[in-house]
Design a protein around this ligand. Structure first.
Ligand SMILES: *[C@@H]1O[C@H](CO)[C@@H](O)[C@H](O)[C@H]1NC(C)=O
Ligand SMILES: *[C@@H]1O[C@H](CO)[C@@H](O)[C@H](O)[C@H]1NC(C)=O
Ligand SMILES: *[C@@H]1O[C@H](CO)[C@@H](O)[C@H](O)[C@H]1NC(C)=O
Ligand SMILES: *[C@@H]1O[C@H](CO)[C@@H](O)[C@H](O)[C@H]1NC(C)=O
Ligand SMILES: *[C@@H]1O[C@H](CO)[C@@H](O)[C@H](O)[C@H]1NC(C)=O
Ligand SMILES: *[C@@H]1O[C@H](CO)[C@@H](O)[C@H](O)[C@H]1NC(C)=O
Length: 819
């Protein structure tokens, strides 16, 4: 399955961190240096591949000397001496040299690298034509040549690379038409040709690509009409055709794109009216049609776009009234209908759009009073150019005669609570405190250590493989050297709802950096080719349940969605049973590091801490109440924080994926940290009440600023707090920073004491005496109602239950690397 020759980047065992440390010490500009022995394949490079690489080297200009190791005989090209080259059994499988300041051209001898799976030279200054010989690369999965200076045509031969998943030629000077033959790459997943100078029509053949998720053709010189068959692209998430010369009307078939999240057709020459089918697209988040010639009315059915956050219809020729139903688009943050020909009043219902931050109805022919809420929130530049509009800052005062306008648009009943749509693109996650290092290496380098080690233990075998390259056994077949070489089928990536889209190749070849380790495995921050991050947890070997049980459980966990629970976005099952879990990446890191490892002059105030406690209680209530899952390992290290310092509980239900033996180890480890309920030493089975104990410990941690592991006068945290409190309700227990808050606001002191009592209640030695999560939540909300309200309004962005649309992407390609 993978570019990385059977080893993925997350395959770092106990030697991983020391290896990584070593690399960090040596490799500051990691990408610049040869990757030493780490990427060693142990096999001498095949002749054709060596010639190919030498020709490529010759055509490149390398002002910064990144390729200085590409010299000599080249016999060591596959053993790590040639920067950016990855081999499997003497055949080059990946070239990765992004951001290297490389100029010159891409030699057409690249076509000799017949095993090449990934070609990544983006963000350089390469010019000349794209070689037609790319079409010989039948193993190619990804071509990343964006942000260069390539000119000439997109070679039609690229369509012969039938296994291609990603093609990104954006940000070049390509001209000519988009070849219809690209549709030959039937597995294409992402096609990005934006920011070129392509002309002609969008070939309708592209609409036959069954897996296409992202089609970006914006900022070109494309003309003609949109393909009427566009509705065939059932997997499409994103489409942008903006800044072209596309004419005609928007095809009705667009309504079939049921997964579409972003539609950007702005700045074209589109005309006609809005197709009604467009408003069936419930998954749509962004709709941009500005700068066209679209006429007709905005239909009432617009409220079908339930998840819409951005609606821009500016600079068209729309007429009629703004429908009252726009007020039902509760997630809307941007609404721009300026520079149209709209009439009538601004519906009062728009007042209920509580997330609206950008609003513009200027330069229409609107009349009547502006709803008071909007006139307070937005200044005149949102309303000008409507001669008969009144009641906004700087306009005429409305006379009561204009009241028909208000009766024409009665306020909407507030059927739904206003919700804020969280930005799905801000996918973030963070793990257990310690970010060991910053590490930028090329694809898969890390993983080669194990192979490397094994190769070095059996040098003869390696040599034999080298000479017998043509007969090398594919993949991991039986007694292959190290058992980990070669590509193989069988790897399986399963996506759950939400999150980034990526292929298994993207995941396995992402740049990875260790964030931390836990009993269940190692967590990495993985940087995808497009620069976004995900957190990847590689489960330790032999701790998970057998595959069937594992899959049942993991599919259940993938459906778990709550604003305070870290969402599982995908999982990968490797051909040899390796298991990767993919989560959102949280930049802020864990609560433990937020509280205990921060700069001295960055206090965490009481409302922030309270908001975290409330979030935790909400998350736990959902976990226990709705999902019927016991966490079993709740600590401040696996509570993560998003940008707004909202709590996200990580590792939810992971114990369900593990064997009983693995789980008892986790219980023991949690005990060492002080979060373990006392009865667990006998019971060995986590319950909702043991989770409440852990929650109580985290609340004490928030209140006192002390870690549960810390002891004071030989007493653990609850004992110490209880001892202080028994004598008298003294302020000595609280974090000094909170005492400053308490001194400033008279209510804070009381809130602190009430929260402390609640926390002590949670850590009661007797499980039966501890409250339920729901009771904790209710009491916290009573203690500080303002937090409760603000937290809930910012937290209702994601539905608490999502339907389980599980898409499976299987790379069933048989191992082809060495054949
Ligand atoms: C290749 O380049 C490296 C680094 O610039 C240098 O140390 C080495 O001697 C060169 N080898 C040959 C055979 O030119
Ligand atoms: C864009 O295409 C039009 C014809 O469709 C042509 O007249 C124009 O010169 C092209 N512009 C560029 C910059 O190529
Ligand atoms: C706007 O409507 C007026 C009156 O109906 C019409 O005269 C005008 O041409 C329209 N403007 C545009 C740009 O369609
Ligand atoms: C604006 O709308 C009014 C009716 O509300 C109409 O009488 C007038 O002609 C319109 N003006 C333009 C420029 O469309
Ligand atoms: C109105 O608000 C916008 C931002 O919403 C700001 O850019 C603009 O300067 C303001 N204009 C006036 C006249 O206050
Ligand atoms: C509203 O749109 C008009 C015209 O497009 C523009 O001049 C103005 O700056 C916009 N105002 C805001 C607040 O976006």
């Amino acid at each position: 399955m993978d570019v990385c020759g059977g080893r993925n980047r997350y395959n770092v065992g106990s030697r991983g961190s020391s290896l990584v440390l070593l690399i960090v010490m040596v490799v500051v500009v990691a990408a610049a240096l040869p990757v030493g022995g780490q990427a060693a394949d142990g096999v001498v490079i095949a002749q054709a591949d060596l010639q190919g690489l030498q020709a490529i080297r010759q055509a490149l200009v390398d002002p910064r000397g990144f390729l200085s190791g590409w010299n000599g005989t080249g016999l060591d090209a596959c053993s790590g001496a040639w920067a950016g080259i990855k081999c499997v059994r003497g055949k080059v499988v990946a070239i990765q040299l992004p951001f290297k300041g490389l100029a010159g051209a891409l030699s057409d001898k690249v076509g000799q690298l017949t095993a090449l799976r990934k070609l990544s030279l983006h963000d350089n200054a390469l010019g000349g034509q794209l070689p037609a010989s790319l079409g010989f690369l039948r193993e190619l999965r990804g071509i990343y040549l964006f942000n260069n200076r390539f000119a000439g045509a997109v070679p039609p031969q690229v369509g012969s690379c039938t296994l291609l998943q990603t093609v990104d030629f954006s940000g070049n000077f390509l001209s000519g038409t988009i070849p219809a033959s690209l549709a030959g790459a039937t597995r294409l997943f992402r096609l990005n040709l934006a920011y070129n100078n392509l002309s002609g029509a969008v070939p309708s053949s592209l609409t036959s690509l069954p897996f296409l998720e992202s089609l970006l053709l914006n900022n070109n010189n494309l003309s003609g009409e949109m393909p009427t068959t566009i509705g065939n692209l059932r997997m499409l998430h994103d489409i942008s055709l903006s800044n072209n010369l596309i004419s005609g009307s928007i095809p009705d078939g667009i309504g079939n794109l049921s997964k579409l999240q972003s539609l950007d057709l702005s700045d074209n020459l589109l005309s006609g009216s809005l197709p009604l089918s467009l408003f069936n697209l419930t998954s749509l988040v962004e709709l941009k049609l500005d700068g066209n010639d679209i006429g007709g009315h905005i239909p009432e059915a617009i409220d079908g776009l339930k998840n819409l956050t951005q609606l821009s219809l500016r600079r068209n020729v729309l007429d009629g009234e703004i429908p009252v139903t726009v007020g039902k688009l509760s997630a809307l943050s941007l609404l721009d209908v300026s520079e149209n020909n709209l009439t009538g009043a601004i519906p009062e219902s728009l007042s209920s759009l509580s997330n609206l931050t950008s609003f513009n109805v200027s330069y229409n022919n609107l009349s009547g009073p502006v709803p008071v809420v909007l006139s307070r929130k937005f200044n005149s530049s949102s309303f000008v150019g409507n001669i008969q509009l009144c009641g906004f800052n700087g306009s005429a005062i409305c006379t009561s005669i204009s009241s028909p306008a208000t009766t024409a648009s009665p306020p909407l009943p507030l059927l739904e609570r206003p919700t804020r749509k969280l930005n799905k693109r801000e996918l973030m996650f963070a793990v257990g405190g310690i970010c060991l290092l910053f590490l930028l290496l090329f694809c898969c380098v890390l993983l080669f250590w194990r192979k490397d080690k094994k190769e070095s233990e059996s040098p003869k075998k390696g040599a034999k493989d080298a000479t017998a390259k043509a007969t090398g056994k594919p993949g991991s077949g039986g007694g292959g050297s190290g058992g980990s070489a070669g590509g193989d089928g069988g790897g399986r990536l399963v996506h759950f709802e939400g999150g980034l889209s990526f292929t298994a190749d993207d995941l396995l070849c992402a740049t990875a950096e260790i964030l931390g380790k836990s009993t269940y495995g190692t967590v990495y921050k993985a940087t995808m080719e497009n620069g976004s991050y995900v957190a990847v947890k590689r489960l330790r070997e032999k701790i998970a349940k057998n595959q069937k049980e594992f899959e049942v459980e993991v599919n259940a966990l993938g459906k778990l969605r709550h604003p305070n629970l870290l969402a599982l976005r995908a999982y990968y099952l490797g051909p040899k049973g390796e298991k990767l879990l993919v989560f959102d990446f949280m930049t802020k890191g864990s609560l433990a590091s937020f509280l205990h490892a921060r700069a001295p002059d960055s206090p965490v105030n009481w409302p922030t801490r309270m908001n975290i406690a409330v979030g935790l209680a909400r998350g736990l209530h959902h976990l226990h109440g709705e999902a019927n899952i016991v966490h079993g390992n709740l600590t401040s290290s696996n509570v993560l924080l998003d940008e707004g310092n909202n709590a996200k509980i990580a590792d939810c239900g992971l114990s369900r994926l593990m064997s009983a033996a693995a789980n008892s180890n986790v219980i023991a480890a949690a005990g060492a940290l002080g979060y373990r309920a006392p009865e667990l030493s006998k019971l060995k089975k986590a319950t909702p009440k043991t989770d409440i104990y852990s929650l109580g410990m985290i609340m004490l941690e928030l209140l006192t600023g002390k870690s549960p592991g810390d002891t004071t006068n030989g007493l653990d945290l609850p004992q110490w707090v209880a001892s202080v409190v028994e004598e008298e309700w003294t302020n000595e227990v609280f974090d000094l920073e909170l005492m400053k808050d308490a001194a400033a606001g008279s209510e804070t002191g009381e809130e602190l004491v009430k929260t402390l009592k609640l926390a002590l209640h949670c850590v009661d030695p007797s499980p039966a005496a501890r409250p339920e999560a729901q009771q904790v939540l209710r009491q916290l909300e009573q203690i500080k109602p303002s937090i409760a309200v603000s937290a809930s309004s910012s937290f209702t962005g994601e539905p608490s239950h999502t339907t389980a649309t599980v898409t499976t992407i299987t790379d069933d390609t048989k191992s082809t690397i060495t054949e």
